[in-house]
Design a protein around this ligand. Sequence first.
Ligand code: SAM
Length: 422
Amino acid sequence: MASTTKISELAEVISSNTAIVDRYFISNNLPTPSFEVDGPSTIIFPPHEKDVAAAYSQVLSATLELHTLMKGPTDMLLRMATLATNDTLSLQAVYRLNLAFKVPLERGISYADLSNECKLNERDLRRLIRHAMTNKIFKEKNSLVVHTAASKLLVSNPAINGLVGIQVEEYFPSATKTVEAMMKYDGVHSPGQSGFSLANNTTKGLYEEFNESPVRSRRFAAAMGGFASRIPIQPLAQKFDWASCTNVVDVGGAQGPVSTALAKLFPNTKFVVQDYAEAVAEGKKKVAGDESAMNVEFMEYNFLTEQTVLGADVYYFRAIFHNWPDESCVEILRNQIPAMKKGAHILIEENLTGPKSQALYREKIESSMDLTMLTYFGGAERTAEDLTKIAHMADPKFKVVSASQIEGTPSSLVNIVWEGGE
Ligand SMILES: C[S@@+](CC[C@H](N)C(=O)[O-])C[C@H]1O[C@@H](n2cnc3c(N)ncnc32)[C@H](O)[C@@H]1O
């Protein structure tokens, strides 16, 4: 008989690594994880110390694996789809009915009063909320619905609320159509062939569709902005010689969160942020009167057409290419060529995927992000080699000179030099 089994090995990994994380919390006077209403909303982001981050990641992976092993193949298969779908269903109810905003933060509310406020009968409302509670979104106290740290976050953080909104209102229906879309078009070769497009009964891609719907477009932009604002700027500032550039074009730069931050650090470099009209208008409003953003300009530009800023030193794309199928990435790169001088850089900042043999939790998050890109856009999470192939397909005179992680962030920077032109 084996002296240790897989499940007791995993239990040991969980125990020893939880102790490392716990010691870190205690010695740094940090609150220990809790969903109590005054508990911390984030655990460790970004990871401050590598060994603690590794221990934290081991705990998440080993608990996931132990949980799956303990369920066994039958229970896992029988329940997987309904469990995951119903998690989203009850979250959709929380979002759609605006429940987090209707439960008073300080005292809670009865199901009867909440039912009146939501115009939904008490019995069904209770069923939905009780399910949300299994994910620690609200809890019951003295027969009242009261907040937890998770439900409170929906009230206090508009970006998180927006991200939840797009998951339940846009992603949830789109994902049900992804396989159908792939079968229909034998893969996804243009944004209009995505699960999103099929679910929305359109041949347009997500961005084009949202251009006609300011409410959906704003919710999406706010949610993306929430992601963007969590990434520190210093590591990117140190990763490239921005100071030596006269002009940088931030292509698809949204409301300019990166360019306005870089512009403060590099006052002699001019940053041009390009995006659709609405993002550009919002960006202009944000920097109006800000002396430190005098070197930032906003410009409407559709990157599916030829680049209009000629002769810049850098054309920078952050979190753009993973939103597009390979064919569109090639087109976007080719659209920059007529504007590019010899030696100009295309800088692509993206999360690059790594080898498959990594911690289970990390693998699940990365692979889930990949399917999210596929469903929304027909896009993909890519390796450095994938992006190199795309650059060469666009033109062999694009030379990939480096691709490496930006220290302290989840992103990498791919530096491509244009060897054609004058
Ligand atoms: C995921 S966001 C990234 C925004 C920004 N680069 C950042 O990292 O915060 C993608 C951006 O691409 C813009 N975009 C999508 N299609 C575009 C197009 N055809 N032309 C210009 N911008 C576009 C969107 O409006 C959005 O702001």
